[in-house]
Design a protein. Structure first.
Ligand code: GDP
Ligand code: IMO
Ligand code: MG
Length: 429
């Protein structure tokens, strides 16, 4: 019996939330370990739709949800989300939600700086979610973040805010944006403290107790390997590491606790925001995938860019992320297509290359080399067993396994929780 860590293998929105919700029935504790409310996970359970950004998806199953120290926490966004899911009938209390007291806070200055910098970048913008994620992580490594545990020592906040504002107001003023006063931030912190502090605890200690008691932990990654600050399409990435190794440092557990690494991959590819995307389709097929897959960002509502499955990128995500198996989602979106293409290599300036380059100029110039297969006319939507899948869809899945050098252990055939096919239980590995 092992723990399971779920990560995205493309540019996010692969359906991690749906898969985590489905797997959570087999887990006791679900842990978010990086990212923040830039994530957006849609879960469909019967006629209820849950949209989660910061709360671990396992809360929907009534499991204990944990926000680890590797997450950047926007307290107002968190409270709004708690209020929303409470209105939908979920129970979120300090017994069911544990938040690491050493997690850094996202403050109003961070969102303001994120948006001001994006505006100043003009044509070179990253296309961030504008939620202050990058600036909050910068403050963490610069050692000027306000962490949740600081709220319990209000007498120390004065000089911390002085240091923080010296930095941020200088930048905001330089960018021609509105600056902040210390009183504004003090009022913000005073307002959120009474509601936030009761959730905070030493998460590492409780997870260790859980381990000793034989509890199963499901680590829920946000974003994806191609958005990883080291391994992704830098600088068009998010500001955290998204690979499975971070599940340990981002929650305070042993590296051996990561367990089975389940990489989530869409049966095609999407991306929100700017940056290279070799298999992007600008034609009717791209629009068809977007319409059929309802490809609009959960967080910002932006239409997602769509393209064919890129096996070269996923093979890299498998290796870098230590992926043990793949959950392939949204197979149903390909139903009825005459032909389906898979990217099996690239050409760069007329030369064949087998891996994705690192420099952004080269990443933007690579041209995909495709292998094309016939599609299938039957529907896979809602299939719950391998036997229900058309032969040609099975061929597609098998070819993907060969190309990415990893087994497909789960398949998802609709947004609905139970439209899922299990080939190998990751917790039993
Ligand atoms: P996440 O960020 O990785 O959790 O993914 P999102 O929730 O942002 O985006 C995935 C979208 O696809 C959501 O709207 C899901 O409800 C939906 N979805 C997940 N799995 C499937 C599937 O197998 N088929 C279809 N058609 N939709 C799916
Ligand atoms: P989930 O967990 C898709 C993208 C943004 C932008 C880049 C940097 O739902 O898969 P940031 O605000 O993080 O500084 O933006 O990263 N991005 C995501 N794209 N899914 C996400 O999360 C994302 N989180 C960030 O669009 O391109
Ligand atoms: Mg998402």
């Amino acid at each position: 019996m092992s723990n399971v860590t779920v990560i995205g293998t493309q540019w996010g929105d692969e359906g991690k939330g749906k898969i985590v919700d489905w797997l959570a029935s087999r887990a006791d504790i679900v842990v978010r370990f990086q990212g923040g409310h830039n994530a957006g996970h849609t879960l469909v359970v019967g006629d209820q739709v849950y949209k989660l950004s910061l709360l671990p998806s396992g809360l929907v199953r009534g499991k204990i949800g944990v926000i680890g120290n590797g997450v950047v926490v926007d307290p107002k966004a968190l409270m709004t989300e708690i209020d929303r899911v409470t209105a939908q009938g979920l129970v979120v209390t300090p017994e069911t939600l544990w938040i690491a007291e050493n997690a850094p806070l996202i403050l109003p200055v961070h969102g303001a700086l994120d948006r001001a910098r994006e505006a100043a970048r003009g044509d070179h913008k990253i296309g961030t979610t504008g939620r202050g994620i990058g600036p909050a992580y910068e403050d963490k490594v610069a050692r000027r973040a306000i962490r949740i545990c600081d709220l319990a020592e209000p007498e120390t906040l004065d000089w911390k805010l002085d240091e923080l504002l010296l930095h941020h107001n200088t930048l905001l003023a330089g960018l021609g944006a509105e600056t902040f006063t210390k009183d504004q931030l003090k009022d913000f912190l005073a307002e959120i403290t009474p509601r936030l502090l009761p959730f905070s605890c030493q998460v590492w200690d409780r997870l260790d107790e859980g381990r000793r008691a034989g509890r199963r932990i499901l680590f829920e990654g946000a974003q994806a390997v191609m958005l990883d600050v080291d391994h992704g399409t830098y600088p068009f990435v998010t500001s955290s590491n998204t690979v499975a190794a971070v599940a340990a440092s981002g929650s305070g557990v042993s590296p051996s606790s990561v367990g089975f690494v389940l990489g989530i991959a869409k049966a095609y590819t999407t991306r929100v925001g700017e940056g290279p995307f070799p298999t992007e389709l600008h034609d009717q097929t791209g629009r068809t995938l977007g319409e059929r897959g309802h490809e609009f960002g959960t967080v910002t509502g932006r239409p997602r860019r769509c393209g064919w499955f890129d096996a070269v990128l996923i093979r890299r995500a498998v290796r870098v992320g230590g992926v043990s198996g793949i959950a392939l989602t949204k197979l149903d979106v390909l139903d009825g297509l005459d032909e389906i293409s898979i990217c099996v290599g690239y050409e760069l300036d007329g030369q064949k290359i087998e891996t994705f380059p690192s420099a952004p100029g080269a990443q933007a110039r690579v041209k995909p080399v495709y292998e094309t297969m016939p599609g299938w006319k039957e529907t896979t939507a809602g299939a719950r067993s391998w036997a229900e899948l058309p032969a040609q869809a099975i061929k597609y899945v098998r070819r993907i396994e060969e190309l990415i050098e990893a087994p497909v252990t789960l398949l998802s055939t609709s947004p609905e929780r139970d439209d899922t096919i299990l080939m190998r239980d990751p917790f039993e590995d």
